[in-house]
Write a protein that binds this ligand. Sequence first.
Ligand code: HEM
Length: 346
Amino acid sequence: MFALVTLAFPESFCFFKGLAKKICRQEKTQGDTMELQRFVLEMLPQLLECGNAAAIAVWAREHLQQLPASRDELTVLDLSMIETSLAHSGVPIPASLTSLLMNLTNGGPFLTYHQLVMVNPAQATRCFTRGPSGEAERAFYLAHKEIEHGLAMACAKIMKALGHTDPQQACNALHGIEHDTSVLIENTRHLAGMNPEHFAAFRGYLASHPVHGFPGPSGLFSPGVYLLELLLRGPQSTWPQFFANRGTCFDNESLRSITGAMEDGHTLTAHMISLDWPPRMHEVVRFLETLLDSFRGHHYKAVRKQIPQALTPGGTGTAGESAGQFLRDRMRESKASHRNQPTKRE
Ligand code: HEM
């Protein structure tokens, strides 16, 4: 049948040949990325555990030549996992891998919070460790994923409420927001209770890049926390500078929402006042104010339990400064902003 068609229509033969070649290329490409996925999921944690990161570099040199210059987010995550493993193990990184990632990420950073938390699939979670620390590591990424989903839903509701000038409609838009945001506290408390030895086993891979100095994938780059605070009460004083310097550590969509909210400056608190303090909106504002303070309190406790050394003078973090001082400054500014919120005159 195929021969008949091609005899009668030589042009369609070219089309079929082209299509067949394209399908073959696609299958090959999918085959290569499947092999990459299998390697990262199964072999990478095993090789890291037995201290054989050099074998990861050998695999990368042999297999990555065939990889397409794909912008598929999962492929970029897999390549970044390999690059990060090598960098933190002190093994020379194949130049081909660095240039591939430079192209795919527009010059870096390579492993971002967005990739590790949002792109990393819940069903086949990429981890650096295995066994009990691997389970803790997977739970760590999934807890952050759940937080980001909850906060994204809450932020969407606030944006909707900001669009309503009718108080009732604006309050209706906020329905269920306490439930959406409660994951922030629950999961932070849960992570504080992790076995610190398990956390220590994978924490090193989340540190700043030892070769390029790119910041590591820290909660410092959680879009949800920033957007929630911005939409509730506006930015902290250091944020415009922070986003100017560290904007590339966020995914484009989140960065657009954050900078958009910062420029727009419309907050739920201001909206509540302009609508003459609708009781339900006032309740939500008070709830979210307390939630942010409470989050930072539990977060500080989690850091003290998991990495007490980061809180001592000179203990640096991803922010490239004293992590303890940095966290205390953010907590202080958050509390001051809460205190300075306008109060209703009866
Ligand atoms: C075991 C749990 C956690 C530890 C040990 C931890 C550690 C840290 C550290 C050391 C910093 C300082 C900056 C840096 O060096 O990266 C930081 C900042 C930050 N982390 Fe976490 N973190 C944890 C859980 C979380 C969770 C669950 C979230 C929620 C998304 C989060 C969000 C943030 C934010 C927003 C900052 C910036 C500081 C602020 O705005 O208050 N972290 N974290």
